[in-house]
Write a protein that binds this ligand. Structure first.
Ligand code: BES
Ligand code: MN
Ligand code: ZN
Length: 511
């Protein structure tokens, strides 16, 4: 028997064992099953034999369901090394993908928070997903599924934390270790998005970016304040920030690993971090306004994504630019009718102060280019209409370059942070033509809001490949998505995508 301990994320150890699943010692041993459940896949069939056909007897009448995300927990009497067996439904065989495994693993993890301890998972080589991909999806499912957004509660009931995840199979160490690192950064982004806006101010976000990069090599963080924004003539970003007493921060993170070639690509990540979006003078309705604490989810993904890139030591240079401020109502708020001058010199007529994301991004995109980013990606909870169009699963993707769009799309699909392409077209520009200035920040027509917002950003993206992800839907959930993201609030959308994209740009192959 081979057993190896991996460097563990805080609170959860991850081990890999090559042994018969029946022998592993755990509070619960999970075995994947399919729908319909009457034909058990290999690993479950092996456990069924150890248990004298108990699983099969439950499967026939349908008590044991193979539906995706359904579990059945059996207490044992010493028949196996583990105290319990959990069947984990993946749904029909032809639909088994990484999301199915994540969802099944998350369901087991949620069951396991009733008793804690060790969760073991039997990798099944007969499933239509490579064992290393299964391992990665199980780690992600458990770590993301067991996430607790209730950390501001004074008591968390009968919840018991899972201490250890044991993957039963061969050659899974690399995939498991990587997935654990990335998942921890995803949960870090969720913590940032869920943090209340009275705590997570722009200054506090900058402080946390500095704090989390403290232990990471080759990662430097700098935070620019209002005076520096003025020197840089960031008139668009500065105007949005003016309504709040909490000063703005332009958070700049530079990752410069020694191995990366000087002339090589430099990934530029730009994030919208409105720590609270009231809409400003064009104020939002009260209902659900509390969820606008999540309007910094794009910026959180960029901060945590840089953390993940540095923690994995990916061999490429990257720069992150996160525009953090609050969109409030105050005596110095910017108004509809104001004309602002952005850092690139373009003048913008304000027609709606609630279209603030594109203003802060305009100056942040310009800055990322100025600092040498060759390939830009911005992430933003930009338009409510994007959520109306795609719901909570897919983000919208816009790009000025076919190859870069294809790269981002491939990274999205490989990572589980789903994205779908939308058009950019010069003829959408007329929606933001202004009578008085170079352009205006919103259109009176209730049409094409995500597309014209993207066309607006296009004006500030400079030369070279740029992509924009509008993650208003999947970035922050009003309610459980019913899959491995079973909690409302921040999802960490974008962190996994960023890691895949960076890996691809660094010249690495997919995991
Ligand atoms: N942060 C919002 C977009 C949003 C809405 C994200 C709901 C997630 C859920 C953004 O700043 C905004 O208010 N957009 C406006 C733009 C409009 C005024 C042109 C919108 O989409 O309604
Ligand atoms: Mn807004
Ligand atoms: Zn906003």
């Amino acid at each position: 028997m081979k057993s190896s301990r991996l460097p563990s994320p805080p609170g959860l150890g991850i081990d890999v064992q090559t042994t018969a699943p029946g022998n592993v010692e755990a509070e619960v041993l999970a075995v994947p099953v399919l729908a319909p459940s009457d034909e058990l896949p290999q690993a479950a069939a092996g456990i069924d034999r150890d248990l004298g056909g108990r699983l099969q007897r439950l499967a026939a009448p349908g008590e044991l369901s193979g539906d995706r995300g359904s579990t059945l927990l059996l207490h044992l009497n010493g028949e196996l090394g583990s105290e319990r067996v959990a069947t984990a439904g993946l749904g029909p065989r032809e639909g088994v993908d990484a999301d199915a495994v994540r969802t099944a693993a998350a369901a087991v993890a949620r069951d396991a928070t009733r008793f804690g301890g060790t969760v073991a998972w039997a990798i099944d080589e007969t499933l239509p997903l490579a064992p290393a991909e299964q391992a990665r999806a199980v780690v992600e499912g458990v770590l993301l599924g067991a996430y607790n957004p209730g950390r501001w509660r004074s008591a968390n009931g009968a919840r018991r934390e899972i201490e250890r995840l044991l993957l039963v199979g061969e050659d899974l160490e690399d995939a498991a270790r990587r997935a654990a690192t990335v998942s921890e950064w995803v949960n870090c982004a969720r913590d940032l998005a869920n943090a209340p806006p009275n705590v997570l101010t722009p200054e506090e976000l900058a402080r946390r970016a500095e704090e989390l990069s403290g232990d990471l090599e080759h990662l430097e963080v700098e935070a620019l304040g209002p005076e520096q924004l003025e020197e840089l003539r960031m008139g668009a970003f500065a105007a949005v920030a003016r309504g709040s007493h909490n000063p703005a921060r332009l958070i700049v993170m530079r990752y410069t690993p020694p191995g990366a070639a000087d002339g090589g690509p430099r990934l530029g990540l730009v994030g919208k971090a409105i720590t609270f979006d009231s809409g400003g003078i064009s104020i939002k309705p009260a209902s659900k306004m509390q969820d606008m604490k999540g309007d910094m989810a794009g910026g959180a993904a960029v901060v945590a994504g840089m953390g993940a890139i540095a923690a994995l030591g990916l061999p490429l240079r990257a720069i992150a630019v996160v525009a953090a401020c609050e969109n409030l109502v105050g005596g110095d708020s910017y108004r509809p009718g104001d004309i602002l001058t952005a850092a690139n010199g373009k003048t913008i007529e304000i027609t709606n102060t609630d279209a603030e994301g594109r203003l802060v991004l305009a100056d942040a995109l310009w800055y990322a280019r100025r600092e040498g980013a060759t390939h830009l990606l911005d992430l933003a909870t930009l338009t409510g209409a994007m959520e109306l169009a795609l719901g909570d699963l897919y983000a919208g993707l816009f790009a000025n370059d076919d190859a870069w769009r294809a790269d981002v799309l491939a990274a999205a699909e490989r990572s589980g942070d789903h994205a779908w392409p939308f058009p950019l077209h010069a003829r959408y520009r007329r929606y933001v033509d202004s009578t008085y200035a170079d352009l205006k920040n919103s259109s009176e027509l209730r049409q094409g809001s995500p597309v014209l917002a993207a066309e607006f950003l296009h004006e500030f993206a400079g030369d070279g490949p740029w992509a924009h992800i509008d993650m208003a839907g999947p970035g922050f959930l009003e309610r459980s998505r019913g899959d491995y993201l079973s909690q409302p609030g921040g999802t960490g959308y974008g962190v996994r995508l960023i890691v895949e994209l960076a890996q691809g740009l660094a010249g690495g192959t997919a995991r």
